[in-house]
Design a protein around this ligand. Structure first.
Ligand code: UDP
Ligand code: MG
Length: 316
C-alpha cells in the first residue's frame, strides 16, 4: 500500500466564483485516488488566499469546516501569484511527499493529476504540465505567450516551452527549491535549475471556468522582465557587443572618410563629425553594457543560489 501524501497547492485571488466548482472537482479526484490507495488519506488540497477582497477566504474556511481534505493558508495581503504559490509550496513541503501546483480557475486540467502521480511513481522528482494546444486562449494571449517563451530561451533563461506553473514536485525537489534565497520569484525558471529526473505531461488548457483573469498585462510584463533579469546577464552582453559593434563600424567609416580626403577627394566635415559622434555613442553604449554586466553578476551573486545539487552518490 502506498502512503505518499499529496498536497495540491492552489493560489487564489478573488476566486469566489470558481472555488465551489474547483473544490468539488478536486474532492472527487482526491477521493478516487485515496480509495485506489495511490495516495495517502492524509493528502490535502491547500487553498492559498492571496489577500483576496471577495469571499474567497470565507469559502476556504467553510470548505475546511465541512471536509478535512481542504486546508487553507492566508497571506497577510496581496503579494502576487508567484509569491503566494511559493508560500503554499513551502507550507506543503513539511507536510507532503509530493505537491502539485495548479491555478484555481480550472484552466489546468485536474484530470491529469493521476498521470502526474504515475510519473512520480516512476521516480520523477518534477513533472511539468505542458499545454497541448492553446485554442481557448485569445490570439493576443497565445502570441504574447509564445513570444515570451522564445525570448526567454533566447535571452538565456531556461524554461519548459508552454509550461506555466502546473507541475508536480517531490518533497526532495521542494527542499532544493527552498534553498534558493532570492526574493523576486520566477518559479518556472528556478524549478528548471533544480534538475533531477523529470517528465512532461501534456494537457489541454481549458477556458477559465468563471470570472476574469487576475493576471493583468502589467503583471504579465513584470513576470516576463523578472524571468529575464533574474536569470541572465545576456541582455547586457547584447548591449556591450552592440556598442562595440557600432563604435567599430563608425571607426571604419571615419577611416574611410580620412583616406578618401587624403586622396584629394572632397569630404564634407559633417560626415567626419557624424562618424566621430557614432564612435563616441558606441563607446558609451559599450560602457553601459559593461557596467550592466557587473551589476547583473552582482545580482546573481547576492541570490546565494546553491552552486550544485547532488542527485545521488555511489560509495561503499
Ligand atoms: N493569482 C494570485 N494572485 C494574484 C493574481 C492571480 O494568487 O495577484 C492566482 C489566481 O487566483 C489563479 C492563478 O493565480 O489561481 C492564475 O491567475 P489567472 O488565472 O487570473 O491568470 P491567467 O490564467 O489569466 O494567466
Ligand atoms: Mg487562469
Amino acid at each position: 500500500m502506498r502512503s505518499d501524501v499529496l498536497y495540491i497547492v492552489i493560489p487564489c485571488y478573488n476566486e469566489e466564483q470558481v472555488l465551489p466548482e474547483t473544490s468539488s472537482r478536486l474532492e472527487h479526484i482526491m477521493e478516487e485516488l485515496i480509495s485506489k490507495e495511490r495516495i495517502s488519506s492524509k493528502s490535502r488540497v491547500l487553498l492559498c488566499d492571496d489577500g483576496s477582497k471577495d469571499r474567497t477566504w470565507e469559502i476556504i474556511e467553510e470548505l475546511h469546516a465541512k471536509n478535512e481534505l481542504f486546508s487553507g493558508v492566508k497571506a497577510s495581503r496581496n503579494r502576487g501569484h508567484q509569491n503566494v504559490l511559493y508560500m503554499g509550496l513551502m507550507v506543503a513541503k513539511d507536510r507532503c511527499d509530493m505537491a502539485i501546483s495548479m491555478d484555481a480557475d480550472l484552466q489546468d486540467d485536474p484530470e491529469v493529476i493521476s498521470e502526474f502521480i504515475s510519473k512520480y511513481e516512476e521516480g520523477c522528482e518534477i513533472v511539468y504540465g505542458v499545454r497541448s494546444e492553446r485554442t481557448t486562449d485569445t490570439s493576443f494571449k497565445r502570441n504574447t505567450a509564445h513570444a515570451f517563451y522564445r525570448i526567454m530561451n533566447d535571452l538565456g533563461t531556461e524554461v519548459v516551452y508552454d509550461h506555466a506553473d502546473f507541475r508536480l514536485m517531490s518533497k526532495r525537489a521542494l527542499e532544493e527549491l527552498s534553498k534558493f534565497e532570492e526574493v523576486n520569484l520566477f518559479l518556472r525558471g528556478m524549478v528548471t535549475m533544480i534538475g533531477f529526473k523529470t517528465a512532461v505531461v501534456k494537457y489541454e488548457r481549458h477556458e477559465r471556468y468563471a470570472g476574469e483573469s487576475k493576471y493583468s498585462l502589467s503583471k504579465m510584463m513584470s513576470l516576463a522582465i523578472e524571468g529575464v533579469t533574474s536569470f541572465s546577464v545576456k541582455p547586457m552582453r547584447i548591449v556591450l557587443f552592440g556598442g562595440v559593434g557600432l563604435a567599430g563600424f563608425a571607426f571604419l567609416a571615419f577611416l574611410a572618410l580620412i583616406i578618401v580626403g587624403l586622396c584629394g577627394y572632397w569630404v564634407d566635415a559633417a560626415w567626419i563629425c557624424t562618424s566621430l559622434l557614432f564612435i563616441l555613442g558606441g563607446a558609451i553604449i559599450a560602457c553601459l553594457g559593461l557596467v550592466g554586466l557587473y551589476a547583473g553578476s552582482t545580482l546573481l551573486e547576492v541570490k546565494h543560489r546553491p552552486r550544485y545539487i547532488i542527485d545521488r552518490i555511489l560509495e561503499s
